[in-house]
Design a protein around this ligand. Sequence first.
Ligand code: MTE
Ligand code: MO
Length: 385
Amino acid sequence: MPPKPPINYVVQPTPSDYFISRGNGSEEMNFGAVKEYGDFVPNDRMYIHSRAAAPKLDVAAWRLHVGGSAVAEPRSFTYDELLALPSVTLRRVLDCGVNCRAFFPKVSPYGSLKWLPVGWTQWHFGAVGATEWTGVRVKDVLDAAGLEQAANAEFISLDSITTTAGKLPYSQVIAIDKVLADDTLLAYEMAGEPMPIDHGFPLRAIFSGWGGNSAVKWLGRIEVSKDPLPLSHFQRNQVLAGPDYPEEILATVGPVRSALELAENITIFPGDQTLHGRAWSGAGAIQQVEVCIEREMAPGRWMTVWDPAWRAAKLLHEAEPMMWVRFEIGWKNAEPGHYRLMTRATDEAGRIQPPPEEMVWNQHGLGYNGHAPLELSISPMSNMP
Ligand SMILES: Nc1nc2c(c(=O)[nH]1)N[C@H]1C(S)=C(S)[C@@H](COP(=O)(O)O)O[C@H]1N2
Ligand SMILES: [Mo]
């Protein structure tokens, strides 16, 4: 039998100027192109993380079903009925919970077979983006269905993912406080356009500040429960687990992270440089970003270029909660050589990106935000303008 062609889960084109493909349905944003973007990533350049083919839904036949033991009048909403509810627009980062996973040590540092190497998609910096999301509050939708005392709710997709437990729709079980928060949305627009198919047309969930994995796409049903529903099949891989975690904890609030607007391993001309980047946090606004540059003096021997090693970057506008802030830093008279650049941001909750050796290892490679090196070369024979 001829080999089956690979299934592409993604519908839109993903040209390599703007995307780095990390396997089926995992399209990372190429940070080398981000300098051209304003606050929002253009819709057709937003990273994509899909575990199965995007279902092509006919919006006229599509319904959002709302039910469960905590709902007095289970009902279905048409697309137009949702559009008729009060609309809310939020500027928010969407940052995959396992963004930057590739920087985690590949093997557990504990040397025990029980803790398997961190596998799955090897994202670098770009499983993140920001845009303006427009939709309705989940609270308004649930109130319209007669919400009663509830513990949590399951948000269930219309996709179909091949798992060890058979074919399952993607889903997320979320505590009721977060479900009812004023900035929890069912979004039908992204940057003023109907939700693109790869991002969940016609409707997806947005839990402000939480990992992108919570943002269920192609939503079909919300089950609201009096008694707590267990975590979904997918969430069991979205818990912090490892020798340093006596109990598994569901990863929710996004970490403080930052990245330079540069592709990895490029070569640039010597001389004065102005570096740009972005920093974001699920816990609030960014307060500070610092940059450290190291030069490779001999293979594997790195020396800091500045003294002290870290220099504060300039934030280019006022930082907003759960939205990225753009920053800039000068690098005078950069000489030919091989370098690695690192950034570290601090958010208003006082969280700061740690050195890699202070990262608490977890089995699923969630939440990496240690200093991550971006290597580049400086040469008179540059391949970049
Ligand atoms: N139905 C469905 N929703 C999903 C996913 C998925 O695989 N299927 N992936 C989640 C993950 S892990 C992330 S990071 C975000 C990515 O959203 P995006 O593709 O719009 O960037 O969608 C979330 N919602
Ligand atoms: Mo993700």
